[in-house]
Design a protein around this ligand. Structure first.
Ligand SMILES: [Zn+2]
Length: 177
């Protein structure tokens, strides 16, 4: 269900945003019980360098009238959140986070070492923890491997990765790099 939501509700928005010069990172908020998609958001760095995919998602979520409580929802991040975004997700009150691409993939595949550099330089930390007082973070691939239909799920994930790989990312000047 989360994979369907990424493909059908997030990627079409990301395609549009990427065409305007933004990055491919995006987020979704789903109702925890029904897995209904409540909000999708995508990186909007052209407008403002701090409008990462997760920040855009949180902005849109709270702008929705009658949105459920964040604790009743799950937050999906296409890519492991940066220090700003993981803090914003915590501040917003989301307690369950699902991630498609982990930090290592963001660094290597997307040539985006800034997140990890910022964790290291600013916080002297290797990254964010997966479980703490604020949230529990799950990795879609790891959880898929534990399921009975793991092969099918991992194939779906591979297809999603190919769609992400095909998105053309414009060069951008990152701070500190
Ligand atoms: Zn971020």
């Amino acid at each position: 269900m989360i994979l369907d939501a990424i493909r059908d509700d997030l990627l079409p928005l990301t395609e549009k945003m990427v065409a305007r010069g933004n990055h491919v990172f995006g987020g979704l908020v789903l109702d925890k019980k029904s897995l209904r998609v409540i909000t999708a958001g995508s990186n909007d760095r052209v407008e403002n360098p701090i409008y990462h995919g997760e920040i855009d998602t949180i902005r849109r979520f709270f702008a929705e009238a009658n949105h459920p409580a964040p604790s009743e929802c799950i937050f999906v991040a296409s890519h492991d959140p940066c220090p700003m975004c993981i803090s914003a997700i915590s501040w917003a009150g989301f307690r369950e986070i699902w991630v498609l691409f982990g930090y290592k993939e963001v660094k290597d595949k997307y040539d985006m070492p800034v997140d990890l550099t910022m964790y290291k330089e600013v916080f002297r930390a290797p990254g964010a923890t997966d479980e703490n007082l604020f949230y529990r973070k799950y990795y879609l691939k790891e959880e898929a491997e534990k399921q009975e239909d793991a092969r099918e799920l991992l194939k779906e994930i591979e297809e999603l990765e190919a769609l992400y790989d095909a998105l053309p990312v414009q060069p951008f000047s990152y701070p500190g790099m």
